[in-house]
Design a protein around this ligand. Structure first.
Ligand code: VGL
Ligand code: ZN
Length: 198
C-alpha cells in the first residue's frame, strides 16, 4: 500500500516567538525530518493568508484574537494576524528539510474563507486539489504530523478519513493550541472518523 506523509503547517508563526505560537512547535522538526525519508510521497502544507484575511481579529472591528464569530460557513475562531503571504512568519521552520517534499499545498488564500484542512476550505467543499494528487499517485494511506493537532491536523485527518484513506496521526510529531478543551474534542472527532493515533 502506498503511503504519504502529510506535514501540516510547520511554519515560523506556529513556532515559539511566532504570531500564533504553539508550545513546543519547534521540537517536532528533527523527528519529522527523520520520518520524511520513509515515504512514497511527502506533502507539506503552508498556511498562506493575504493581508486582512477574514480569520484575523484585526479584520473585525472590536474583536479580539480567540473570540468566536459566525461566518456564512459556520463558527470561526479569530486569530492574531499570522502566515501572511511572503512574510517571515509564513516561511517553513528553517530546520525543516523541505528538500524532501514532493509537493507543497498552500491554503487559506481566499480572503473570505479560512482553510484548516489540506483537502478543503472551511466550507468543507471547496477542494485544494490534494485528493486528486494523492489518488493519481495511488496513495491509500496517509500519516499526519505538524501543527496544530486540534485545528489544521484535525481537519485534515477527518477529511482524509472521509475521503477513504487509511489515516494515522503520529502524536509525537504534533503539538496543539488547546483552546478551551479543543485538543480533547479534536481527538474524539478524529477517532469517530476512524483516525488512528500512533
Ligand atoms: C492553524 C489556526 C489558524 C493551524 C492555521 O495550522 O492549525 N490554526 N490557521
Ligand atoms: Zn491560518
Amino acid at each position: 500500500m502506498k503511503t504519504a506523509l502529510l506535514v501540516i503547517d510547520v511554519q515560523n508563526d506556529f513556532c515559539p516567538a511566532g504570531a500564533l505560537e504553539v508550545a513546543g512547535g519547534n521540537e517536532i522538526v528533527p523527528y519529522i525530518n527523520k520520518e520524511m525519508v520513509k515515504y512514497d510521497c511527502v506533502v507539506l502544507t503552508q498556511d498562506w493568508h493575504p493581508k486582512g484575511h477574514s480569520s484575523f481579529a484585526t479584520s473585525h472591528e472590536g474583536k479580539n484574537p480567540l473570540e468566536l464569530i459566525k461566518m456564512p460557513y459556520g463558527d470561526q475562531v479569530l486569530w492574531p494576524d499570522h502566515c501572511v503571504q511572503g512574510s517571515k512568519g509564513a516561511e517553513f521552520h528553517p530546520d525543516l528539510n523541505i528538500e524532501q517534499a514532493n509537493a507543497i499545498i498552500r491554503k487559506g488564500s481566499n480572503p473570505f474563507i479560512d482553510s484548516y484542512s489540506a483537502f478543503f476550505e472551511n466550507d468543507r467543499k471547496t477542494p485544494t486539489g490534494l485528493d486528486g494528487y494523492f489518488k493519481s499517485l495511488e496513495i491509500e494511506k496517509i500519516n499526519l504530523v505538524g501543527l496544530a493537532t486540534d485545528f489544521c491536523v484535525n481537519y485534515s485527518a477527518q477529511d482524509a478519513a472521509n475521503l477513504g484513506y487509511k489515516v494515522s496521526v503520529l502524536e509525537k510529531m504534533c503539538r496543539a493550541i488547546d483552546l478551551n478543551g479543543s485538543l480533547a474534542a479534536a481527538k474524539s472527532e478524529m477517532q469517530n472518523c476512524g483516525v488512528e493515533f500512533i
